[in-house]
Design a protein around this ligand. Structure first.
Ligand code: NDP
Length: 292
């Protein structure tokens, strides 16, 4: 037997979430501010709740996926804007709306005051990926709430519970974005350089991919150095890296491509070297990244 679930918010993502629950066989209730967006889901077997209150009462588990946290409060009522702020919300709310860690923690407190069980979540996928293993969906909040609903949530993709702090899902989300953009920017830097020498992007891409994968393999060992706070130069000293950074800057300038990113990277390394870390290994830069 598949547990019933409600999905509130039927934008591009909410429709994909509701569609995945339906496909997995969960009795699915949907609600959206603009009711017309429920039509394709109703055609696929969903029940359209006549009112928001009905949607919240329909299932032990309610997924919320709106534009932002302001929309969540505007809709579900916070700060006394709803007609009756004392009405308890008797469901488990899982808020998959994107936001900051602070917003997630605030929403968890708000939900507790309203009598709801609450998990925050972050979706690291596009709508077409929802319902496949490639869709990574992060959750944080009380472990038991996650355990109670994991089998239903599993219909959405690869689900993970990160810990009791409701802000963790948002933090992992932005950490993932930092990784994504850094890898892409580094690749674009090299692609722009090589283009000046007549090398096509598709020719360079397999090489870039191999380097990125190789560097990714260093992370677990480097992470151990960071956790220990000890950075012996087993592979290379930071000063050696800094000299290579200088080459990247010079080459970029000589080839007439943007050198802002290489200069930024070198500036951080130079500060660490000035602080006496030139003989240590690259992850000693965590001290620069860990400052305001
Ligand atoms: P859409 O713009 O397609 O949908 C927004 C939804 O929010 C609609 O259902 C809209 O209702 C509703 N909404 C907005 N304001 C209010 C309000 N004040 N009261 C009630 N309902 C409101 O956005 P997405 O579905 O793409 O994104 C939703 C969330 O999912 C966002 O936080 C986004 O960051 C996140 N996300 C999206 C991804 C994507 O690829 N699309 C990827 C990862 C995360 P109405 O239809 O009536 O306008």
């Amino acid at each position: 037997p598949h547990a019933p679930v409600t999905v509130i918010g039927l934008g591009l993502m909410g429709q994909a979430l509701a569609g995945a629950f339906l496909k997995a066989g969960h009795p699915t209730t949907v609600w959206n501010r603009t009711p017309a967006k429920a039509a394709p889901l109703v055609a696929a077997g969903a029940r359209s709740a006549p009112t928001l209150g009905d949607a919240l009462a329909a299932s032990p588990l309610t997924i919320v996926c709106l534009t932002d946290y302001d929309a969540v409060y505007e809709l579900l009522g916070a700060n006394g804007v709803e007609p009756d702020p004392t009405t308890p919300i008797d469901t488990t709310l899982i808020n998959l709306t994107s936001g900051s860690a602070g917003q997630a923690r605030e929403a968890a407190e708000w939900a507790e005051r309203r009598g709801a069980r609450y998990l925050d979540g972050a979706i690291m996928a596009i709508p077409s990926g929802i319902g496949t293993a490639e869709a990574v969906i992060l959750h944080s909040g009380p472990e038991q709430v996650f355990a109670d609903h994991a089998s239903t949530l599993g219909a959405l993709g690869t689900i993970t519970h990160l810990g009791a702090d409701p802000g963790l899902a948002s933090l992992y989300d932005v950490a993932g974005l930092a990784m994504m953009w850094s890898v892409l920017n580094a690749w674009l830097q090299g692609t722009a350089l090589l283009a000046k020498a007549g090398v096509d992007a598709v020719t360079y891409a397999p090489f870039a991919r191999q380097i990125a994968a190789g560097v990714a393999d260093w992370l677990p060992g480097y992470a151990e150095q960071i956790d220990k706070g000890s950075f012996p130069a087993e592979v290379a000293a930071l000063e050696t890296d800094a000299r290579a950074m200088e080459h990247l800057i010079e080459e970029s300038e000589a080839m007439g491509v943007n050198a802002e990113l290489p200069r930024l990277i070198k500036a951080m390394a130079d500060r660490a070297i000035a602080a006496g870390h030139g003989g240590e290994q690259y992850p000693v830069l965590i001290e620069e990244f860990g400052k305001p």
